[in-house]
Design a protein around this ligand. Structure first.
Ligand code: GDD
Ligand code: MN
Length: 360
C-alpha cells in the first residue's frame, strides 16, 4: 500500500518524466509511494511515455484526460484518485526537488503541520528558476493580496509543491474552483484552520520544454476574488465571457465607424467587416483570458477554434435578432427587447463555445 501519492500534472513533459521518476524513487527510499501522472492530452506523446513507464513499474499510474482542462483541475483529480493516506503535488519539469518530499511528509505525518509547502521565497530558498525580475515582483505583490485573503502569513501561497493528508483534501475538494493555477491559495482560503509549514525550496530551472503558465498573475487574482464572492451567483467564466463581449461591442462600433464614416464603404460591408473584427477580437480575448487555463495554442488549433467561434456566434446573433424582433413586434419597448436578445445570444454563445471551441 503506498504511503505517499505524488501527483504530477503534465502538459508536454515527455522527456522530463523518466528522469523525474528516477529522482523520486531515489529520494523516497523506504517510503512506499505511487506516482499519478495527470496528462491533459499532450501533443508530444507524454501520455504514451507515461504508459510505457507504468508498464515497467506498477508504482506509476496515468490519468489521461482529453483536452486541456487546466492545472488546478488536473491536480485535484489526481489527488482524489489515490488510496494513499498522504498526497504530494509537484511540477513534472524538475523545478521542484523530490529530495524535499521525505521532509515534507515528516512534517505532516508527525502532526506538526496539516500541509507542508515548498516555498520559493522564504529565507534559505532560492528562486533561480523564476524567469525574470518582473515575475518576482509580481509574485511579491500577489503574495501580499494572498495574505489578505487567507489571513495567513505565508511567503509563497502560490506554490505548486505541497504535501497534505489525502482525506483532508477530499473534504475540501468540492469547495475548490478548479480554475487556473492558484490551487494552494484556494485550499488555504477554503479552510482557515489549516496549520501550514513552509520549507525552503530551491526552485530550479525547468529541464526540458517550456512553461505552460503565462504570467497574468494579477488577472488570476481578480478572477479568484470574483469567484470567491460572486461565483455562486453568476459563474466566473460567464462573467468573463460577458465582459469580453461588452469590449467586443466597442471594437465593433470602432471598426464600423472607421469603415463606414471614414473610409466611406457602404453600411452592409462595413457591418460585415465590423462583425468579423469583433468576433475575432472576442475569440482572441476569450482564449487569452476566459479560457486561459485551457487555451488553444498553436496556429492550427487557433484557426480551428476561431472558425468554430465564428459559426457559434453567427447562430447566436441570429437567435439574438429573432428574439428581439419577436418581442418588439409584440409591443415590448425596443431597448428592453434588444437587451433580452443580447442576453439570449450571449448565453447561447457561451454554452456552445465553451462546449465546442474550448472543449468542455
Ligand atoms: N494536466 C495539466 N494541464 N498539466 C499542466 C497544465 C494543464 O493545463 N498546465 C501546466 N501543467 C503542468 C506542467 O506540465 C508542469 O508539470 C506543471 O503543471 C507546472 O507548469 P509550468 O508550465 O512548468 O509552470 P511554471 O513553472 O511556469 O509555474 C510555476 O509557478 C506557479 C505559480 O507561480 C509552477 O510551480 C506552478 O505549479 C505554480 O502554480
Ligand atoms: Mn515549471
Amino acid at each position: 500500500m503506498p504511503e505517499l501519492a505524488i501527483i504530477l500534472p503534465t502538459l508536454n513533459e515527455r522527456d522530463n518524466l523518466a528522469p523525474l521518476i528516477d529522482r523520486i524513487a531515489a529520494a523516497l527510499g523506504d517510503i512506499a509511494w505511487e506516482a499519478i501522472i495527470v496528462d491533459d492530452d499532450s501533443t508530444d506523446g507524454t501520455a504514451d511515455e507515461a504508459r510505457r513507464l507504468a508498464r515497467a513499474d506498477p508504482r506509476i499510474r496515468i490519468l489521461h484526460r482529453i483536452g486541456r482542462q487546466g492545472l488546478a483541475s488536473a491536480a485535484i483529480e489526481g489527488m482524489c484518485a489515490t488510496a494513499a493516506p498522504y498526497v504530494a503535488l509537484m511540477d513534472a519539469d524538475h523545478q521542484h526537488d523530490p529530495a524535499m518530499l521525505p521532509h515534507m511528509l515528516d512534517r505532516v505525518r508527525s502532526g506538526q503541520a496539516d500541509i507542508a509547502v515548498g516555498s520559493r521565497f522564504m529565507d534559505g530558498a532560492a528562486a533561480d528558476g523564476l524567469a525574470n525580475q518582473d515575475r518576482l515582483a509580481a509574485s511579491g505583490w500577489a503574495n501580499r493580496i494572498a495574505r489578505r485573503i487567507t489571513g495567513m502569513d505565508l511567503t509563497d501561497p502560490m506554490s505548486g509543491f505541497f504535501v497534505m493528508e489525502t482525506d483532508r483534501l477530499r473534504v475540501l475538494a468540492p469547495k475548490l474552483s478548479g480554475i487556473g493555477f492558484k490551487l494552494l491559495l484556494d485550499i488555504l482560503a477554503a479552510s482557515s484552520t489549516l496549520k501550514v509549514a513552509e520549507l525552503p525550496l530551491t526552485f530550479g530551472e525547468r529541464r526540458s520544454g517550456q512553461s505552460k503558465l503565462d504570467r497574468v498573475i494579477a488577472f488570476e487574482f481578480l478572477t479568484g476574488l470574483y469567484d470567491r464572492f460572486f461565483g455562486q451567483i453568476i459563474p466566473t467564466r460567464f462573467a468573463l465571457f460577458g465582459t469580453v463581449g461588452a469590449v467586443g461591442v466597442v471594437v465593433h462600433m470602432s471598426v464600423l465607424a472607421l469603415l463606414f464614416r471614414l473610409l466611406g464603404s457602404d453600411f452592409l460591408w462595413a457591418s460585415i467587416g465590423a462583425t468579423f473584427a469583433a468576433m475575432s477580437f472576442n475569440f482572441w480575448l476569450n482564449n487569452a483570458l476566459t479560457y486561459r487555463d485551457q487555451r488553444l495554442i498553436g496556429f492550427a488549433s487557433m484557426a480551428k477554434g476561431w472558425l468554430g467561434f465564428c459559426v457559434t456566434c453567427s447562430i447566436g446573433a441570429f437567435a439574438n435578432v429573432a428574439a428581439a424582433t419577436v418581442l418588439e413586434a409584440r409591443g415590448v419597448y425596443w431597448l428592453l427587447a434588444a437587451l433580452v436578445g443580447i442576453i439570449i445570444g450571449a448565453v447561447w454563445n457561451y454554452a456552445l463555445s465553451s462546449r465546442f471551441v474550448w472543449g468542455r
